[in-house]
Each structure stands twice: as structure tokens, then as C-alpha cells.
Design a protein around this ligand. Structure first.
Ligand SMILES: [Mg+2]
Length: 216
């Protein structure tokens, strides 16, 4: 029997053109607000702790935050890819070390329409607390350092007999890229894959992923 394919993708910088973190920091945060991120880079805070500490510094009216999130550009070929997968019964998982708050503002409609599985932290915003993420502790894919284990999602799908196509760009994407059958990598992840001799495919947009899915 032919092996079934599943698509697992990162969100920030992969489905979206730029990270929510980077864009919000550039527009609304001060260098001192980013100190937790420096501590993460030095290995002194976890990814989850650092992101939560930085997001807690956002203190703008919620309507302004929502309007700002809507300015984050998306890969225009992702919607077409998701629609193709829905039609072909290829499961799609968006796995993010960020949170559902901004992913749902940007992609909530498509996620519902195409039956995409969103595996991420839950985010709650108020101008009094900032954006507060809660990790899915009850989830099969809970990971204390990042909130969710993308490698856990990939391994779970593989244990069910799927060949996994993984797309990503950042540090939390290295572990899933090591085990996925096919890897589409950008930026930091692409450099890491080259360093570790992980075979990757050219990845300029989801159009490349869609072309590949139509071949297999
Ligand atoms: Mg990313």
C-alpha cells in the first residue's frame, strides 16, 4: 500500500512571512523588554519562559493589537496548499512555539475551513497583563521548554504510518527536521540542516511544497 503523507509546518516565519515576535518587538517594545530573549539565547531561560516574558510587555489597547496582527504578511500560497491537502485528505498540522491568539486572527477561517490541526500554546491578551501564553499541559505533545513538541507531532504521525513533510525556519524546528521524511527549510533552519547534513528541498514559498505534494 502506498504510504500516506502528512504535512507539519511551523507558523511564524514559515506560513507568515515574518515572526509575530520580531514585528511586535520592532513596533512596540523597548530593548530592555527583550532582555528575556537574550537570556534564552544564552541558555538561561527556556524558549517558552522568554517568549512569555517578552509578550507580557505588550500594553496596547486590544483593538490596536488585533489591527497590528492583521498587518503580518502571510505566504499567499499557503491557503491553496491547505485547500489541496483538504481535498486529498492529507492531514495538515500547524505547530507553533508561539500561540493561538495571533494565529487565529490571521488564519482562523482557513484553519476551520480546511480542518487544519493547530498545535500550540493558548494565548490570552489584556492591556493589563500583556499577552499571556499557557502551555497545553494535558496535550500528548506538551513540552516544558517550548510549550509544544513539534518533533512529538512528527513522531506521532510517523507511528500512525504517515510519511511527514515538515516545513520550518527557526530553532524549535531543528528536532522535527531531523526525523521528518521530507524537509522544507528557510533561514536559521536551512543553515542548521546544511550543518547537520539533513537533506532539504528548495523552499521559497508554499508553492514549492504544493508542487512536491502533487508529485508524491
Ligand atoms: Mg518559525
Amino acid at each position: 500500500m502506498e504510504q500516506r503523507t502528512a504535512l507539519v509546518t511551523d507558523f511564524d516565519g514559515t506560513v507568515s512571512a515574518d515572526d509575530f515576535f520580531t514585528m511586535i518587538a520592532r513596533r512596540y517594545l523597548q530593548p530592555k523588554d527583550l532582555e528575556p530573549w537574550n537570556l534564552y539565547m544564552q541558555g538561561r531561560l527556556s524558549h517558552f519562559e522568554a517568549l512569555n516574558a517578552v509578550f507580557a510587555e505588550i500594553r496596547i489597547p486590544e483593538a490596536e493589537l488585533i489591527a497590528f496582527v492583521k498587518t503580518i504578511p502571510l505566504d499567499e500560497t499557503f491557503a491553496e496548499t491547505a485547500a489541496y491537502c483538504a481535498k486529498k485528505h492529507i492531514p495538515v498540522y500547524i505547530c507553533s512555539a508561539g500561540c493561538d491568539y495571533y494565529i487565529n486572527i490571521l488564519l482562523g477561517g482557513l484553519i476551520k475551513r480546511c480542518g487544519i490541526n493547530l498545535i500550540t500554546n493558548s494565548g490570552c491578551y489584556s492591556p493589563q497583563t500583556g499577552l499571556v501564553m499557557t502551555a497545553p499541559r494535558e496535550s500528548l505533545f506538551y513540552d516544558a521548554k517550548v510549550g509544544v513538541s513539534k518533533a512529538g507531532v512528527v513522531a506521532h504521525l510517523q507511528s500512525q504510518g504517515f510519511a511527514v513533510v515538515f516545513c520550518g525556519d527557526g530553532p524549535p524546528d531543528v528536532r522535527p527536521a531531523r526525523i521528518a521524511q521530507t524537509v522544507f527549510a528557510k533561514k536559521y533552519l536551512l543553515d542548521k540542516c546544511r550543518e547537520e547534513n539533513i537533506i532539504t528541498r528548495p523552499f521559497h514559498s508554499f508553492g514549492d511544497v504544493l508542487a512536491y505534494l502533487k508529485e508524491v
